[in-house]
Design a protein around this ligand. Structure first.
Ligand code: SAH
Ligand code: SF4
Ligand code: F3S
Length: 458
């Protein structure tokens, strides 16, 4: 009988990609995905360590899994409870001290060893109680997990493809360099193979992923030298049937001329760029160890707009970094006014163990952080709404990805990453259609599908 696999994913898109690869690896062992944790034979929490909240969430979810396992009484082998991802990497065996019922802990670079870990855990265990399973794998292995990944059979209109992992930037607030390890890039050949396979499965849009995706420098196609992300995007643009290319997340100091020119020359490269600035004050940026200034950032924005005038811009922000004064926070608001983002993610600074900023003395009080976040988000939301309003009465190309909340409604993305709602027949799922926009909301737009498209797609 098939075994049931439950995976819950926290954090960034790279974890989403990893969770799907875990399902791919476990499928030959007879594991089938389920969305009900109570029936799972193996439950994996693929965790995120970026802010304290993400970690707390994991511990409360773990408690629930323990209860589900209790309710499975009478099962031949009790559920295996596993913690993967970035909390696993950061805390390792400590998780088993906090939650002794956890059977396996494995970091983000080791999940290709899951079959072997499961075998080890079950061999060691008392069949009836599951006692003695304890497996911890948090080293950074010499071999690449990508070498061992089978080709996916999961078909998606819009798919993720990890091209780069890890980070050498060491921003003073951030755990990623510790949880994901040193920066590395997959070879171009491997990426093209995976992209072609996805397109064969029906994928129309690929988002290239990396913690520092524009630092990509993978082995060139002919094996000599390295290619950057701009060159890779050009090559992907040659794949028949691949209609959209995106990439996240970029760092300002890796925004090369080659990549900016790709935005001018590669029509499949979507006019959207997520380029986090984090803060608007140069003093704060330096304390964050960001390696860019507000001026160098604004200069990149200008060059991008020259290369691709309709490009939509997005960013991440941290408010209340240690020592941030009110005047420095105003400089963040000023940057927002200057750039006018189409989309943004903003966070209160969260102390992370083991990072330099975590031990800085001048921590900003919680109430001040909350106030600043509210003010920033009000401005960002206003701009986002304005950006959405500009698309009213325009026709935008939309890749229809999933069903909406309402009967007969489908949801998709515009080239600018806006979420678009439209009433359309279900058979158009996975297709790119023209939609005339009629309504703009802060977080989405809605419109009517142009009839000619229905006729031509029928
Ligand atoms: N690699 C990407 C982002 C990684 S984390 C980059 O360099 O831009 C995603 C976002 O989480 C960051 O951009 C930052 O805004 C936020 N973040 C990271 N560490 C944080 C912390 N300690 N507290 C609050 N927000 C944080
Ligand atoms: Fe974290 Fe900075 Fe690396 Fe982004 S660039 S992952 S924020 S250390
Ligand atoms: Fe979180 Fe790890 Fe991604 S810390 S944001 S899951 S790289």
């Amino acid at each position: 009988m098939a075994k049931k696999l439950y995976i819950k994913t926290y954090g960034c898109q790279m974890n989403v990609y990893d969770s799907e690869r875990m399902a791919d690896i476990l499928s030959p062992l007879g594991y089938e995905l389920t969305s009900s944790p109570e029936e799972a034979d193996l439950a994996i929490l693929n965790t995120c360590h970026i802010r304290e909240k993400a970690e707390q969430k994991m511990y409360s979810d773990l408690g629930r899994l323990k209860d589900h396992r209790k309710n499975q009484d009478g099962k031949k082998e009790p559920m295996i409870i596993a913690v993967g991802g970035c909390v696993a990497q950061a805390e390792g065996a400590e998780i088993m001290r906090q939650a002794p019922f956890v059977d396996m802990v494995f970091g983000p670079q080791t999940y290709h060893r899951l079959p072997e870990m499961i075998a080890r855990a079950t061999r060691a265990a008392d069949k009836k109680t599951g006692k003695g399973r304890g497996v911890v794998e948090t080293d950074f292995p010499m071999e690449s997990k990508f070498d061992a990944l089978p080709q996916t059979e999961i078909s998606r209109a819009a798919a993720f493809l990890t091209v780069q992992e890890g980070c050498d930037k060491f921003c003073s607030y951030c755990v990623v360099p510790y949880t994901r390890g040193a920066e590395f890039s997959r070879p171009v050949r491997e990426i093209l193979e995976e992209a072609r396979h996805l397109v064969q499965l029906g994928t129309k849009e690929i988002t290239l992923l990396g913690q520092n995706v524009n630092a990509y420098h993978g082995e060139a196609l002919n094996g000599s030298g390295e290619w950057g992300l701009g060159r890779l995007a050009r090559e992907l643009g040659e794949i028949q049937g691949l209609e959209r290319i995106r990439y996240i997340t970029s760092h300002p100091s890796d925004m090369t001329e080659e990549l900016i020119e790709a935005h001018r020359d590669v029509p499949q490269l979507m006019p959207y760029l997520h380029l986090p600035i984090q803060a608007g004050s140069n003093r704060v940026l330096e304390a964050m160890n960001r390696k860019h200034t507000r001026e160098s950032y604004l200069a990149i924005m200008e060059r991008l707009r020259e290369a691709r005038p309709d490009i939509a811009l997005a960013s991440d922000f941290i408010v209340g970094f240690p020592g941030e004064t009110d005047a420095e926070f105003r400089e963040t608001l000023d940057i927002v006014e200057k750039v006018r983002y189409a989309q943004a993610y903003s966070f209160k600074y969260s102390i992370r163990p083991g990072t330099p900023a975590g031990v800085m003395e001048n921590q900003v009080p919680e109430a001040v952080k909350a106030e600043r976040l509210q003010e920033l988000q009000a401005l960002l939301n206003q701009h986002q709404h304005e950006f959405n309003t500009q698309t009213i009465n325009k026709t935008v190309r939309v890749l229809l990805e999933r069903k909406g909340r309402l009967e007969g409604q489908l949801m998709g993305r515009s080239p600018y990453m806006q979420s678009v709602a439209v009433f359309a027949p279900e058979r158009l799922l996975g297709q790119i259609v023209d939609v005339e926009i009629k309504e703009a909301h802060p977080n989405s737009i809605a419109g009517t599908i142009l009839t000619t498209e229905i006729a031509s797609a029928a």
